[in-house]
Design a protein around this ligand. Structure first.
Ligand code: SAM
Length: 482
């Protein structure tokens, strides 16, 4: 029962409650016996009975942090990774995979109900990733001169590793300190091997990691990509300057450590002060400077700074889900909004008369056109446009047939209001909205339905096991006049 009565509880009091829901920002939710809601921090699972210390008593709810798990949830499992709880990467690894999928389905349903005002939205069970481990085809490691000390190291008299070097992941909310990672369960084995070899090389050569504070140092990032289909590895070392002799030695070191591995090694060089893992200049040290991945019978060339879906096999599941609900007809013209490097666009090309991809990033449009040529596709076209100016594009698009179906795959924030309005004004038979953020899907979905569409189906697809992220494919059908 909901009550707004102020509880007579105060900061630092210990409370006991059962966790009933996952909440935003890695928190969990439960209620006290008097009905007051409590947001609890800590690596918890739905079903846990916990004691928690109150941090803040707010008007309508309490904020607390778990101090002890009194009765563990049946959803719990032992996390494989020794960095669990410290590294921000896999915050759900303590929860059985089947239960993670149920949480994610509920997250999508809750957003549609609470933000979009949908009643009993048709959300299917989330599609599981074939392998919930080692699924990432790209991992971005960071170097730092400030190593994050693990809890067990705080009481050690002598540290076993230097404090001024780390290669791994940032701890959540800390842009300076990095956890020195030996192995990542989301990376492919060959990517972990590159990590080990790189650490060996840079330590043996006393190379200086970049300091995010002083803006000095050579080593910035190690980005490793892998193509599942061809089993190719791309190593991209991001540094502050170029040193030809050193980089050639690094390349040879990698090649001798992984003699069987097909590999391309590149060096991105950046002078920028921010910590984005791309460079203004790129040097190819070996191989072609790109790898090739095959999805849905098509080849995609991926260079160091190209966008590509990070879970290759699940990307195919995602694209099939789109195809399944799009209901394409052979003579359809299809728009693919926010098309990135055109993977969805090209995937759909053979099922319709023509498909137009729209995207703001110039290099992505270039990649999309290259991929189109690589696959001998002739019924696609790509346009570089900021979709907030979508309406201004309509004159150009009049050279093509009106869209029977529109696919839209916007960034986390959802569609720009003007892009959304233009899309609705085009009145396609179906709109397939692909979303990595259930809240934006709910907000934009509500708007779509207020303009003569019905929500037919929502298919969550789990692209990122062990994280709270969930992708959804929502299908809207026109019910009002054309
Ligand atoms: C979620 S990604 C979609 C990727 C693509 N559909 C795929 O499956 O590979 C979102 C894309 O929207 C693009 N984008 C972001 N803001 C945009 C805007 N205002 N106008 C056009 N494209 C934009 C990004 O560059 C990115 O490629």
């Amino acid at each position: 029962m909901e009550t707004t009565e102020q509880p007579k509880l105060k900061r630092d009091d210990i409370i006991e409650l059962r966790i009933t829901d996952q909440a935003e920002k890695d928190q969990c939710f439960g209620r006290l016996d008097n009905g007051i809601g409590v947001m609890v921090g800590g690596m918890l699972a739905v079903g846990d009975l916990v004691s928690a210390r109150i941090k803040k008593v707010r008007q309508r709810y309490i904020e607390a942090v778990a101090v002890e798990i009194l009765e563990p949830s049946p959803d719990r499992t032992t996390p494989l990774c020794s960095y669990f709880g410290v590294c921000g990467g896999c915050k759900l690894m303590h929860i059985r995979y089947e239960a993670q999928l149920q949480y994610k389905q509920k997250k999508v349903t809750d957003a549609l109900e609470h933000i979009g005002d949908f009643v009993a939205p048709p959300v299917s069970p989330a599609l599981a990733s074939a392998d919930p481990f080692h699924y990432r085809n790209k991992i971005e490691f960071s170097f730092s001169n400030l190593r994050y000390l693990l809890p067990e190291e705080l009481s050690m008299e002598k540290l076993l590793r230097p404090k001024n070097f780390a290669l791994g992941f940032h701890t959540p909310g800390n842009f300076e300190k990095v956890i020195d990672i030996d192995y990542c369960y989301l990376a492919k084995e060959s990517m972990n091997r590159v990590l080990t070899l790189t650490r060996e090389f840079v330590l043996a050569n006393s190379l200086e990691p970049y300091s995010a504070k002083a803006h000095t140092g050579f080593l910035r990032n190690l980005v490793v990509r892998f193509s599942e289909n061809r089993e190719e590895v791309m190593v991209n070392l991001v540094t502050s300057w170029y040193d030809e002799e050193l980089m050639q030695r690094y390349r040879m070191f990698l090649e001798s450590g992984m003699p069987e591995q097909k590999m391309t090694v590149v060096n991105n060089v950046t002078k920028k002060l921010n910590t984005v893992a791309t460079g203004e200049e790129e040097f190819t040290l070996s191989g072609d400077g790109y790898i090739t991945e095959r999805l849905g019978g098509l080849d995609f060339r991926i260079s160091a700074n190209s966008f590509f879906q990070t879970n290759s096999s699940q990307a195919e599941v995602l694209y099939n889900s789109i195809l399944e609900v799009a209901g394409l007809k052979k003579d359809d013209t299809v728009y693919d909004l926010y098309c990135g490097t055109g993977t969805i666009t090209l995937y759909l090309a053979k099922y319709c008369r023509q498909v137009l991809g729209l995207e703001v990033v110039e290099s992505s449009i270039k990649d999309a056109r290259n991929n189109m040529a690589l696959n001998g596709i002739s019924n696609a076209a790509f346009f570089q446009v900021d979709l907030k100016d979508f309406h201004a594009m309509l004159d150009t698009l009049e050279n093509y047939e009106a869209p029977g179906v529109i696919i839209t795959d916007p960034p986390r924030a959802g569609m720009h209001a003007k892009a959304l309005a233009t899309m609705i004004r085009l009145r396609p038979r179906r709109i397939v909205y692909v979303s990595c953020n259930p809240a934006s899907l709910a907000r934009d979905g509500k708007e779509i339905c207020e303009h003569g569409y019905a929500l037919l189906s929502v298919q969550p697809v789990d692209m990122f096991p062990h994280t709270s992220h969930i992708e959804s494919v929502a299908c809207f059908e026109r019910i009002g006049p054309c």
